[in-house]
Design a protein around this ligand. Structure first.
Ligand code: PGA
Length: 258
């Protein structure tokens, strides 16, 4: 791992408001004794954002992120959440998660607009990209991912690019226990960095953080976080189990000192 490790927990729609607070409290307690020179970010449901942010406010290790945001600042968008509404509580925001792309029809262009808006409000976008199982079986993984990177970054101001976090999540690995070959993950990470380096410059490419996501658990995290080009992980299922999540952080803390 090349930079300070970054570990993001995406709670999706798994927890009630009450459970969110209990689990946030348990994670804070478990991590308080972990010697970790990195950043942990929890993305609860929008409803729980204020309380989780309050629970983490005195921690230097723990941050809070939203799971999604709308691409417009405000307007007649029933049921959506604006950047203005998350801003007091969240310093991070996931965008373009494959579940939103698949279920809510989110496009790369919408993802790009969300990134722009988040950067304007100084919220770190955690941009998810990845290929489907069909694309993988057709040997199209690299083509898909590099295409997504190009569309998403198109038109973004170079000065704001280092703020972005990119999470490579093969869609077929999310919630399935199917793990990609760690060497393949590393290859994709290094390729993304190369594309950004050629389009902008090496300094920008080096500063962008790249995460791996998809079925990360305590027993497999070290296969990925130790790969060249991987700066951390995006964790779904295991992040709602405080012990499992803390064990992932501990494993990365150990790996990052070696
Ligand atoms: P998972 O989810 O860890 O449960 O596979 C990852 C994600 O959706 O970001």
């Amino acid at each position: 791992m090349e930079k300070k490790p970054l570990i993001i927990g995406n709670w999706k729609m798994e927890l009630s408001y009450r459970s969110s607070l209990e689990i946030a409290g348990a994670i804070r307690k478990l991590l308080s004794s972990v010697d970790f020179n990195g950043q942990v970010v929890i993305c609860p449901s929008t409803l729980a954002l204020p309380e989780v942010a309050d629970l983490f406010k005195n921690s230097t290790k723990l941050g809070v992120g939203a799971q999604n945001v709308h691409w417009e600042e405000k307007g007649a968008w029933t049921g959506e959440t604006s950047v203005m509404q998350i801003k007091p509580f969240a310093s991070w925001c996931i965008v373009g998660h494959s579940e939103r792309r698949a279920l809510a029809g989110e496009t790369d262009e919408q993802v790009r607009r969300k990134i722009e808006l988040l950067l304007k409000h100084e919220i770190t976008p955690v941009v998810c990209i990845g290929e489907t199982i069909e694309e993988r079986n057709q040997g199209q993984s690299i083509k898909k991912v590099t295409g997504q990177i190009s569309t998403i970054l198109e038109g973004l101001h170079r000065s704001s690019l280092p703020q972005i976090v990119i999470a490579y999540e093969p869609i077929w690995a999310i919630g399935t226990g199917e793990m990609p070959n760690p060497d393949d993950v590393s290859e994709i990470m290094l390729l993304m960095r190369k594309i950004i380096s050629e389009k902008y410059d090496a300094n920008i490419a080096d500063r962008i953080r790249f995460l791996y996501g998809g079925s990360v658990k305590p027993n497999n995290v070290s296969d990925y976080d130790t790969q060249p080009g991987v700066d951390g992980v995006l964790v779904g299922g295991a992040s709602v189990h405080p012990m499992q999540f803390a064990d992932i952080v501990k494993a990365i803390a150990v790996d990052s000192t070696q």
